[in-house]
Structures are given as structure tokens and as C-alpha cells.
Ligand binder design. Sequence first.
Ligand code: ACO
Length: 431
Amino acid sequence: MTQPSGSAKLTVEGREFDLPVYSASAGPKVIDIRSLYSKANVFTFDPGFTSTAACESAITFIDGERGQLQYRGYPIEQLAERSRFLEVCYLLLYNKLPNQQEFDDFRTSVTMHTMVHEQLINFYRGFRRDAHPMAIITGVVGALSAFYHDSTDISDPEQREIACIRMIAKLPTIAAMAYKYSIGQPYVYPRNDYRYAENFHYMCFSVPAGKYRSYEEVNRALDLIFLLHADHEQNASTSTVRLAGSSGANPFACIAAGIACLWGPAHGGANEACLRMLREIGSVDRIPEYIGRAKDRSDPFRLMGFGHRVYKNFDPRAHIMKKTADEVLDLVGSQNKPTLQVAKELERIALEDEYFQTRKLYPNVDFYSGIILDAVGFPTDMFTPIFALSRTVGWISQWKEMIADPIQKIGRPRQRYTGPVNLNYIPIEER
Ligand code: ACO
């Protein structure tokens, strides 16, 4: 760590403690409380980590109030307009935009690893056909460490590097195989002459019996979904990857942990939950009923695809995604779909409603990405796997950064204990 930029005073029951304050290159400063427990015998209490920086990171910066998102210092709007997902992968992993030669070499490395070990197919067969693809992907990614022994030694930088490339290369194949398995179609092997997003679309939608056709607009929209979801600093799944990795677990196990966390409906599962909600609402005239439920504190229902822990004015990714959603919907001619009509009206009403305005609840990126994925033919249970394959580069970049960080140590939160103490054991026959 650099030199402190100042100090903070904390008074605990009359005793005063000086704590160093460190500035950040952007965003809030941090108060270093690492010595607090040993000096003051107190813990800080912050369930949900709303005021806690768990690490130093130079990968992604978010300003939730201003609605800003930057990867390695580049605003997301510029990257979305001018870059492509694979170039952004390079940027996140290596902290610079590649020149042409570097990009070509990187692309070759990724495409050389897109196939999975043939024996992995047996693993798929062990799952029920109706298994959720996220369940399959969590299992299969965890199992990769049993197939690629030559990239599990985290102390070897070369093995770490291969693990990163393997993960970025294989996740689309693994996700597409989970989809094909669930619908009973043969697996489609990757094609390295296709670009990253197009190859994924190909593995999901081509069949041996027919001619495969893709549309540049759809490939571009998919690429954009990947790019906008590529990283988002210390969110729940990334923190899970870091916590798992802090014990020295291998990278495949860590990413599997991240995928499991992403599945939850408050996180990556929101895009799927959002589409299911739009279908459940069904028609525009039922929207007021659902808005009423969302506002009712005694009803656990929430409008899926609305709100964000960090963005409290707007989600910059949602702005970009909304524009693309309109383009894709024009292309595939699904403007008259009931779900889309419900989505548009819900968005309009919620944005004008005082409850949502005062709580700064806006449609998030997953509100629009779900609509796009639905329009281009992905079933809802593939939405979160697509988020997972997009976020893999972020997880693995954060894992790589953590392993190389000299101040990193095993993550071990403490607690405020509220249970009983010093009870006497009573034999079972006396209870
Ligand atoms: N619908 C209705 N009310 C909501 C919603 C919503 N989607 N989100 C928050 N609120 C209300 C809460 O009830 C609370 O109201 P109150 O102050 O009257 O009690 C207030 O807004 C603040 O809510 P919190 O839960 O404290 O906000 P938090 O920042 O912890 O939650 C979260 C953020 C989890 C994203 C939440 O907004 C939510 O559940 N949204 C729906 C799920 C979703 O879309 N998740 C995707 C996140 S984006 C991503 O993972 C890429």
C-alpha cells in the first residue's frame, strides 16, 4: 500500500484510536481498520458490505451516483461503441488495449482452447435432461480441475495464464453444450473461424441436419451483452471467487463458486426472473396490480430487473442495452410480442411512479438483456449461463489480480455473536 493520505479518529467507549486513511485513484477513500481488533478489541459490523472495501483493485471503477462504469479506466460507452468483447477480455486481463499483433496472438490462444476434453461429455450424461443449465455448468466447470491438471498450480504464473485462457475459451462451449443437452440435440463443436459471439450462437443454434445462418446484428447484440457484463468490480459472485481463491483453491473451483453465486435471483438470475415476471404479468392491463404488489411491504414481490445496489441514478449499461434492444426487436420483428409490450409499459409506469423515483429504482442492464435474449431465441433458463460466460473474464482477471497481490490473505470475516454461551450439556434421556 502507498503512504496514507490522512488519518481518522475513532472513539470507542472513551478510548481514542488513530486509523490511517488511504486515497483511491477515483471514488471514496478508505479507512484502514486492519489493526482495530488487536488495538481496541472491537469488530466493525457491515452485513452486505455496504461500506466495506474488501481489497485493492485496478480493474473496474464504478461511480454509482453518477452512473459511471470504467474497465481499466476506459468508459463503458466508448468500449461498447468501438471495441469488441475479446479485445475487452485482453484489456481486463492484461491492463492495456492490445496492438494488432497482440490481439491476433490472444485470439489464436483463445480459439486454440475452445474445445473441451471429449471425456467431459460423459459428465453431461450424468445430469437429468431437465436440469437447469446453471446446475450443469456449475458442476462441469468445477470438474474442469479434474481434466486440466496442468493448470491448477496457482503458484506457477504460466499455469495461471493457461487457466485464464482456458476459462474464457471453454465457457461458451460448456454453456452451449448444457443447452443442447437440455433439448436433446447433438453437441456442436466450436468453429474457430467464427468470432467469439457468433461461435457461441452457432454452437447453440446450428443442427447437423440444416444450414446454419446468423445475422450480424444478432452477433453484435450478443457481443455487446458479453462486453457489458464482463466485469463489475466486487459484486457478490466476484467476491465469492476472491474468497474461494483466497484459500489457495484452484481457478476452476473458484469460478464454479462464482457461477453458483451468480445463479441467485438478486444477482445474475434476475434476467431470467425478469422474463418470467413479464410472462406472468401477461398483459398491460395487469401491470397496476403488480406495481401495487411491488410497493406493498407485506408482499415479498419485487419488480425483477429494477434497482441496483450500486447504481442509484441509472445503470449506464442499461442505457446502452436499451438502444440495442430496440434495434434487435426491429430486426426480428417481435415488437408486437406481449412480453415486450408489458416490458415497455412497465418501464414507463415505473419510471413515472413516485415509489420508484424516490428509491431511485431504474431498470437495470438485465431488464433489457433478457428482452434481447428472448427475442433472438434463447430460452429463459439460458439467460444466466450467458451472464456467467460473459462474467468469466472478470472473475478470472480479479482472481489473477488477487493471487499476485502481496497484501492478499485468506478471507475470514468475523461476527457479532448473538447465541447462548456456557450451557451445560444435558444427556438425551434427561431432555
Ligand atoms: N421492486 C420493488 N421495490 C424495490 C426493488 C424492486 N426491484 N428493489 C428495491 N426495492 C425497494 C426496497 O423494498 C426498499 O424499500 P424501503 O426503503 O421502502 O424498504 C428500497 O427499495 C431499497 O431496497 P434495498 O433492498 O435496500 O436495496 P439493495 O441495494 O439492497 O438491493 C437489489 C438491490 C438486490 C438489486 C434490489 O433492487 C432487487 O432485489 N432488485 C430486483 C432483482 C434484480 O433486478 N437484480 C439484478 C441486479 S443487477 C445484476 O446483478 C447485474
